[in-house]
Design a protein around this ligand. Structure first.
Ligand code: NAD
Length: 263
């Protein structure tokens, strides 16, 4: 299937590793021009080189903390004509509710919600002028099944669904679509490191910790394993493409069936 992404300019926030990297890589392989973003110049350069060697779209790097207002403004100024925005960057941390101070709540809101809101606000005028655009929020199954071990994270992921749906309604009748994608547990760099750390400290293998996680922590998973970042990226690339023109205002799951719902 040709996703018809040739020449479309895409910004993927937080794309030097994990799900964001897989999305940037897939979009570039499909012919999109991609802006790779991460906070360190070295990580951005390395990701750009890796993607360039395997893709035919134009790939450029932009090192900046896109959860900061000035950095987001500068990124959109430096790269005019963004047609596809993937709000991927996000943080998570397991912490009991009683131990989450106001500062953490505000930081999670800032990084996980406001960063995407701000970038969407900055790119929307250009999309309206072009009467074409794709905005994708990378939310989580945790938006629907709030994890008791990180309620603040879950709340920010639910907020992304509300923003995404509201924004889709506000551009009704245009060729701009806005959707959220809900990955389930995915073996990204962040999660992979976390599980490997757990395995090491408990003298277990990665596979043992993975099996226990799906037995006890996410028992509703139907695939009984972590998804790969590529499995998430394939859905995102389709949603970001012209082919997905009738998919908007939706919350699309790539969660391995973790959310116990038929629709
Ligand atoms: P990750 O930690 O593996 O990678 C995140 C990337 O974002 C890294 O390149 C990191 O350097 C970058 N980044 C983080 N903060 C940034 C900032 N302020 N500015 C620029 N870059 C920044 O993460 P991941 O697991 O791939 O998660 C990506 C998204 O997917 C997040 O929004 C997360 O909530 C969501 N998600 C992940 C999972 C999972 O199991 N991995 C499940 C559901 C949803």
């Amino acid at each position: 299937m040709d996703l018809q992404l040739d020449g479309k300019l895409a910004l993927v926030s937080g794309s030097t590793a994990g799900i964001g990297y897989a999305i940037a890589h897939t979009l570039a392989q499909e012919g999109a021009d991609v802006i790779v973003n991460g906070r360190s110049q070295a990580a951005v350069d390395e990701a750009v080189d890796r993607i360039r060697s395997q893709a035919h779209g134009r790939v450029v790097g932009h090192a900046a903390d896109l959860s900061r207002a000035e950095a987001a403004e500068e990124a959109v100024r430096r790269h005019p004509g963004i047609a596809i925005l993937v709000n991927n960057l996000g943080i998570f941390e397991a912490k009991p509710f009683e131990d989450i101070p106001d500062d953490d709540w505000l930081r999670f809101f800032d990084v996980n919600v406001l960063s995407g809101v701000r970038l969407a606000r900055l790119v929307l005028p250009g999309m309206r002028r072009a009467n074409w655009g794709r905005i994708v929020f990378i939310s989580s199954e945790s938006a629907v099944q709030i994890p008791t071990e990180m309620i603040h994270y879950g709340v920010t992921k639910t907020a992304q669904l509300a923003v995404s749906r509201g924004l889709a309604e506000s551009v009704a009748g245009t060729n701009i679509t806005v959707n959220s994608v809900l990955p389930g547990p995915t073996k990204s760099r962040g999660v992979g490191d976390f599980v490997e750390g757990l395995a090491r400290s408990n003298a277990k293998t990665f596979e043992q910790v993975e099996a226990e996680f799906f037995d006890h922590v996410r028992p509703t998973s139907l695939i009984k394993r972590f998804a790969s970042p590529q499995e998430v990226a394939s859905l995102v690339a389709y949603v970001a493409s012209p082919l997905a023109s009738a998919t908007t205002g939706a919350a699309l799951r790539v969660d391995g069936g973790v959310v116990k719902s038929a629709f």
